[in-house]
Design a protein around this ligand. Structure first.
Ligand code: PBG
Length: 327
């Protein structure tokens, strides 16, 4: 052994202090975005069955939830609406008194400093559950663009600070940017779901948002999980069309894509830690099979290490509580 030379990596792991001095990646509360589901009616606080501790909120009660988010120091929420009435063109997505518009108006009035992001899509609002207009069983691209632009403008009129279009039609960023600019909202950023895979990990969200397609699937507009170069082409289009942030979704099975899109774009990258990723952890931890806190913090760390600047996650409130606990 005397003459063997090797490097002693364990020197930098020998105490908590030294480990923390050489730690390369950190999670901050400022990195987090928390999703909130709003519904019509009064006195509704109803847990989503497949997403423990995630609720549907009616507007008379939602302030409780928003207040908790604000008091924890989470800088931003994203609002998802579940409307009462749906039709074939998703009218309640762009109605001045749609559930999302009413919610944003109320939340911004009570919490002007909270950044409110609007998810801009049609699938929760169409009776067929697809993200665009349908003709002969096909989702039409270009006619959908006008409706998306209309939806975005109405969300900003209600007070949304950032528009997050999630519907994966071609040209959706260009159309929305144009619509916002024409309406005078040149300063409202677009956080585009640039790289959104057609994923089974959205299952619990579709229960929560009542947005499963009534026929077929989303494979003609969301991406094939097998494709990496296509992800870069999608990202490039959105960059060229005027996106300000790029979302990669889901997160956990796509950490390679997060890294590549970050390096390729140099843009702020948002990882969407989606519903199925949340529910798996919840189910296992409720069974006592894993340590929820450690698993979630490790998961989020992996997203940041992969290059994510921000993380959209249903765990956000718990994460801030855990970070405070560890201080
Ligand atoms: C709307 C939308 C979806 C999600 C966010 N926005 C569902 C889908 O594309 O079917 C999924 C979010 C999650 O699973 O947490 N298009």
């Amino acid at each position: 052994m005397k003459d063997v030379t090797f490097r002693r990596h364990r020197r930098l792991r020998q105490s908590n202090t030294i480990r923390s001095m050489v730690r390369e990646t950190h999670i901050h509360k400022e990195d987090l975005i928390y999703p909130i589901f709003v519904v019509e009616g009064t006195n509704v606080k109803k847990e989503v069955p497949s997403m423990p501790n995630v609720f549907h909120w009616s507007l008379d009660l939602v302030d409780q939830e928003v207040e908790e988010v604000v008091s924890l120091g989470i800088p931003a929420i994203i609002v998802f609406g579940v409307p009462n009435s749906k039709d074939d063109v998703g009218s309640s997505a762009y109605h001045d008194h749609g559930i999302v518009q009413k919610a944003i108006r109320q939340i911004k009035e009570n919490h002007p400093d909270l950044t409110v992001i609007a998810d801009t899509c049609l699938c929760q609002f169409t009776d067929h559950g697809h993200c665009g207009v349908i003709e002969d069983g096909k989702v039409l691209n270009d006619p959908t663009l006008d409706l998306l632009a209309k939806t975005a403008v109405s969300q900003v009129e209600a007070g949304a600070d950032i528009i997050a279009p999630s519907n994966m039609m071609d040209g959706f960023v260009a159309a929305i940017r144009h619509g916002l600019d024409e309406a005078g909202y040149v300063d409202v950023p677009i956080m585009s779901y640039a790289v959104k895979f057609s994923s089974a990990f959205y299952g619990p969200f579709r229960d929560a948002a009542h947005s499963s397609p009534k026929f077929g699937d989303r494979k003609t507009y969301q991406m094939d999980p097998a494709n990496r170069l296509e992800a870069l082409r999608e990202a490039r289009s959105d960059m060229e069309e005027g996106a300000d942030f790029l979302i990669v979704k889901p997160a956990l099975s796509y950490l390679d894509i997060i890294r590549e899109v970050k390096d390729f774009s140099g843009f702020p990258i948002v990882a969407y830690n989606v519903s199925g990723e949340y529910s798996m952890v919840k189910a296992a931890s409720q069974n006592g099979w894993i340590n929820e806190k450690e698993i979630v913090l490790e998961k989020l760390l992996s997203m940041k290490r992969a290059g994510a600047d921000l993380i959209l996650t249903y765990h956000a409130k718990d994460v801030v509580k855990w970070l405070l606990e560890d201080k």
